[in-house]
Design a protein around this ligand. Structure first.
Ligand SMILES: NC(=O)c1ccc[n+]([C@@H]2O[C@H](COP(=O)([O-])OP(=O)(O)OC[C@H]3O[C@@H](n4cnc5c(N)ncnc54)[C@H](O)[C@@H]3O)[C@@H](O)[C@H]2O)c1
Length: 220
């Protein structure tokens, strides 16, 4: 069963983090975006520009744009993310940046709440291994540009809690027309092994059949 998701926090308001914040707010959730103080204005500007484009293309009206923007708070303070029901990190793809952040989040984010990562290439187990309870970490891999791409890949490790995986799906579902589920490989040679979720009718692989991954890895 997924945990209730009534608020979202995003670490890193860059290309992907700003997009994740936007789609979460469009889905109706209050969102906190944490970035370094000198990059907060840029994070807000990214969301504003994207929403302006959506208004221009007739996807949303001005009132909806204002409503969505009002749901997003930009902060430099790590403590402001502590109470979010789901935390998504979207720092640059640099392990030495992500590891200290994951450790910090482990201290800050209420125990039991999930920590998601938008990493494209770092094995989930490598990040999950940095926290006290690795089962609460999963990959929630959005594609760029987030407000346009309707595919979200949920990436789990062998010791990801089922509740964490369910929560990741529940979080991604309002923004996606298709979610896939992948098993993150422990080996860095095979970054992740994919199976389709939900499975095709008649497929031998079920959503829970992740213990025997295929050997094909793919780049995103
Ligand atoms: N760019 C893509 O097309 C794409 C697609 C899918 C997944 N991803 C993944 O998404 C993640 C983010 O990529 P991006 O392209 O958005 O990167 P980006 O460089 O655009 O944004 C990263 C943000 O993190 C902020 N940041 C750095 N250190 C921080 C800290 N300690 N605390 C808070 N914020 C901090 C930066 O200021 C910046 O705003 C990466 O893991 C990447 O692999 C990227």
């Amino acid at each position: 069963m997924p945990r209730e998701i009534n608020s979202v926090a995003v670490a890193g308001g860059g290309l992907m983090g700003a997009g994740i914040a936007e789609v979460s707010a469009v889905a109706g959730m209050p969102v906190v975006v944490r970035d370094l103080p000198q990059f907060l204005d840029a994070a807000r500007a990214r969301v504003e520009k994207s929403l302006a484009g959506a208004v221009k293309r007739g996807k949303i009206d001005q009132a909806k744009r204002d409503e969505v923007l009002a749901r997003i708070t930009f902060t430099p303070d790590p403590k402001d993310v502590a109470s979010a029901a789901i935390m998504i990190e979207a720092l640059p793809e640099i392990l030495d940046l992500k590891v200290p952040l994951i450790k910090e989040l482990d201290e800050l984010v209420s125990s039991g709440n999930m920590i998601g990562t938008n990493t494209s290439s770092i094995p989930i187990a490598e990040l999950a291994g940095q926290v006290q309870h690795p089962g609460r970490v999963a990959g929630v891999h959005f594609f760029s540009p987030v407000p346009v791409m309707k595919l979200v890949e949920i990436v789990i490790a062998l010791d990801t809690d089922p509740e964490t995986a369910d929560t990741a799906f529940a979080f991604a579902a309002p923004s996606a027309t298709r979610c896939t589920r992948s098993l993150s490989a422990r080996s860095t040679r095979c970054r992740r092994c994919s199976c389709r979720w939900p499975p095709r009718a008649g497929s031998a692989r079920s959503p829970d059949d992740v213990s025997t991954p295929t050997t094909s890895s793919r780049a995103s």
